[in-house]
Design a protein around this ligand. Sequence first.
Ligand SMILES: Cc1cc2nc3c(=O)[nH]c(=O)nc-3n(C[C@H](O)[C@H](O)[C@H](O)COP(=O)(O)O)c2cc1C
Length: 357
Amino acid sequence: MTSILINVAKKLIPRSGIIKIKKLQAFFTELSLRLWVYSKWTSWLYYSIVSKAFWREQYGVIYGKLKFYENLKLGKDSNFLLRRNIHRLEKGLIMKPRRNIFAITYIENTLNLYEKALAVRDKNGTLELQWAHDVLKQYFSVVGFHPIIDPLKTKFFSFQAINGETQFVPYKRDPSILPPVNYEQFMELSIRRRSVRWYLQKPVPRELIDKAIMAATLSPSACNRQPFEFRIFDDSEMVQKVAAIPMGTAGFHHNFPAIIVVIGKLRAYVSERDRHVIYIDASLASMTFMYALETLGLSSCPINWPDLDPQESQMTSLINLEPDERVVMLISVGYYDPEGMIPYSQKKPLNQIRRYC
Ligand SMILES: Cc1cc2nc3c(=O)[nH]c(=O)nc-3n(C[C@H](O)[C@H](O)[C@H](O)COP(=O)(O)O)c2cc1C
C-alpha cells in the first residue's frame, strides 16, 4: 500500500518538489535519531517499538540457544560445545610452560559430551570423535593428580579407544618445510580473483565445488566450531529462484550456472556475546572457498544478503531454513565468460587501510 502511494505521489509531484521532500525527510530523520540516540534506553525503545529491524536476529539468537541445549542432550553429529572444549584442552596442552593441572572447570562436562557423542557415533562424526579422543587421551596422560580429574581419567581410559592412522594432537611445525606458494604467486592469485558476474553456460562439476569447500574447511574459526554450511544449488530452476531473491543480482542472475547460500548456525553458541561469530567464520571460509575456486579455473561473486522481511521469508521457505540458520551471503559460481566485462574495482592504497598504532 505504502509503495503504491509513493508511486502515485512520484507521478503527481514535480521533480524539484520530490528533492525538497527528500531533504525534509532527511532533516526529520536526523532530528529523531538525535532523540533516540540519547541513551541506551532510548535506543532500546526505538528498536523495541519504532523499528523491528533486530527482531528477527533476536528470535534467531534465542532459538539458537534452545537448539544448543537440545543438541547437547542428543550429543549427535557435530557437537559444537565438544569441539570448543576440545580446542580449549589443546590450548592448555600447548601452553608455555604447561600447567600441571588445567581444565578443572570444564573437563567433567567435556568428558560427558564425549561419552554422549560416543554413544551415538556415526560415520560423519568419526573424525571429530577421533580428535576428541586423541586430545583427551593426551590430556589425561599429562595432567597431574587431582580429586576431580583422577576419576574422570579412569572413566576415560575405560572407554573403547579410537585408533586412527595419525594422532589428531598438537604438533610442532617442521621449519624446513617452506610455504608451497610464495608471496608473488599469492599476489597473482589475489589480483586474478575478481567478482565475476558473467559466466559461460556450462555446468560446474560438483567435484570442483567440493574441492574448494575442502579448502574452505581449513579456514580459521572461533574455537574451531565451524558453525556454517555451504548449501549448493546447481539445478537451473532452483538457481534462478535462489539467485533472484537478494537485491544485488538484478540484471545478471539469469546467467549463474550455480549459486551457493552460505548459512551460519546460531545454535553453535549458548551466549549472545558470540552472535556475530557466524558472520566472521563463514566469511573467512567463503574467502578461502573463492580463492580455491580460482585455482580450479572457476570464478565467483559474493552477493550481499539483505536482512529484510520479504527476502528472509522467501529464502526461508524456499530452502527450508530454521530461525537460527542465518544467511551470511550468497556466492555465484561458474566458468567466466571471456566476453563478459569485469569492474575495475580500484583498491584502497596501503596508507588508507593500515595504521600502525
Ligand atoms: C559481502 C559482499 C557483498 C557483495 N554483494 C554484491 C552484490 O549483491 N552484487 C554484486 O554484484 N556484487 C556484490 N559484491 C561484490 C563486490 O561488489 C566486489 O567484491 C567489489 O566491488 C570488489 O570487487 P572485486 O571482488 O572484483 O575485487 C559483494 C561483495 C561482498 C564482499
